[in-house]
Design a binder for this molecule. Structure first.
Ligand code: SF4
Ligand code: SF4
Length: 425
């Protein structure tokens, strides 16, 4: 592995604490990932990215900065990457997925907050994540209360721009989001010093659409009946890495993986034995390196075949209309696509329930696990209506709540195990 210590020092990171993180990650990854059998060969790329997770991509972003490009750190799939890419910038997802960062986050936030927000602020203030350090600015959004208040704290320490998310999906809300995207574009122009043109934005829209198409191909392969060509853990890893990888490379690697999975289906190569129960997981995002729930499910006799979440289908479903050739038209097309995301921050939000029911059919699932992070009120409140809709469709559902610690791992294992057993009856 390349030595990145000088780069981390230059990024003003806390090397001593960061070393502790680097010491635990390989073992966690080995136990969770490398213990799997019959993985697709193209997962080698994603394994390599994890092995160099705090090195190779941050180094690329620094090279981009040397050439005058800017790096934008984001926390939500509503922020349109296309605008940043069109101005020669790069986007890196910043949501924290490890308990390692939570205690540092609790120094600046109440402890009874969602671990994703606490971990994100902990990674920033603890100076133990190069992606936070390398970002020229952060881009927030007014989705949930926890995040919008956290941006005030982050914004006091690093330039932070906040997009004002509509809370409903009426035509005037879509129009409002169009205006927010236009305002964001002005901000990106001022930070990058590059004027946005319809040609550049059109190219960026096509690039990000290509990435969505490639990720969708991998998910399409997961729909195959009688064959599960990739584990849920591996598909999740691909999604998590998509948030900070270069979009063209992300599309290329996902397409290669999809080629292999499609061949596996033809050859009848399955990662799991015939009859393994198929699970759809829905709920709050699973930011890297949060692999806890998938690992428990896939070591309890079941397989995850779909994630209806932002680290899953919501990231790539729906393409941006590529036909507009004015900035105004392109902002409108972007708004229409992004507003199709059925995040629980919207009220009402029947679209998510319809999506889960549709996907349960498309992916031929035996059961749904609806899992949210502790203290996420938005997703917690949607649990009963989702459970009722699934019950009406005859689809078994298990509702769970968890965090980033291992304290509840055995309890989760017992509940998931009982659920999987029940599916076999
Ligand atoms: S769950 Fe909602 S707030 Fe969180 S990343 Fe997804 S869209 Fe954004
Ligand atoms: S999981 Fe829920 S509480 Fe946490 S950041 Fe996402 S929407 Fe907010």
């Amino acid at each position: 592995m390349t030595d990145y210590r000088q780069m981390w020092t230059d990024l003003d990171m806390d090397l001593e604490t960061h070393d502790q993180l680097c010491a635990v990650l390989p073992a966690a990854f080995g136990d969770t990932y490398l213990s799997q059998e019959n993985r697709p060969e193209n997962m080698a790329f994603y394994d390599f990215v994890v092995s160099e997770i705090h090195g190779v991509r941050p180094a690329e972003l620094i090279e981009l900065q040397k050439e005058g490009g800017k790096v934008f750190g984001t926390f939500c799939v509503f922020v349109p990457d296309e605008v940043v890419v069109a101005c020669g910038g790069a986007v890196t997802g910043l949501c924290g997925g490890s308990q390692f960062w939570v205690p540092e986050g609790e120094k600046v936030l109440p402890s009874d907050m969602c671990p994703l927000v606490k971990a994100s602020l902990g990674a920033h203030f603890g100076k133990t994540c190069p992606y936070f350090s390398v970002a020229d600015m952060y881009v927030g959004e007014t989705t949930c209360d926890g995040k919008k208040k956290a941006y005030e704290i982050l914004g006091a320490d690093k330039r932070t721009y906040v997009m004002d998310m509509p809370q409903m999906k009426r035509p005037k809300d879509i129009e409002k989001w169009t205006g927010e995207i236009a305002d964001f574009a002005h901000e990106v122009e001022s930070v990058t010093g590059r004027a946005l043109t319809p040609e550049a934005l059109g190219a960026a829209i096509r690039l990000i659409n290509d990435k969505r198409r490639a990720l969708a191909r991998v998910f399409e392969a997961r729909k195959a009946e009688g064959c599960i060509p990739i584990s849920g853990k591996d598909a999740l890893l691909m999604m998590q890495i998509a948030f900070f990888d270069d979009p063209a490379r992300c599309a290329e690697m996902a397409n290669k993986l999809a080629d292999e999975l499609e061949q596996r289906i033809v050859d009848g190569v399955s990662v799991f034995p015939a009859g393994t129960k198929r699970i759809l997981v829905t709920g709050t995002p699973l930011a890297i390196p949060n692999w806890k729930l998938h690992h428990i499910i896939e070591t309890s006799g079941a397989a995850v075949v779909c994630e209806e979440m932002c680290t899953g289908t919501r990231y790539f479903e729906n393409l941006v209309d590529e036909s507009a050739d004015t900035l105004e038209g392109q902002f409108q097309a972007l708004s229409e696509r992004y507003m199709k995301n059925n995040c629980a921050c919207f009220t009402p939000n029947p679209g998510r329930i319809a999506d889960v029911v549709r996907m349960a059919r498309e992916y031929h699932v035996d059961g749904v696990i609806d899992a949210n992070l502790k203290f996420c009120t938005l997703y917690d409140v949607e649990k009963p209506s989702l459970a009722a809709a699934l019950e009406a469709e005859g689809i078994p559902c298990l509702a769970l709540e968890t965090d980033y610690t291992d304290n509840d791992a055995e309890q989760l294992r017992t509940r998931v195990g009982a659920f999987v057993e029940m599916l076999g009856e």
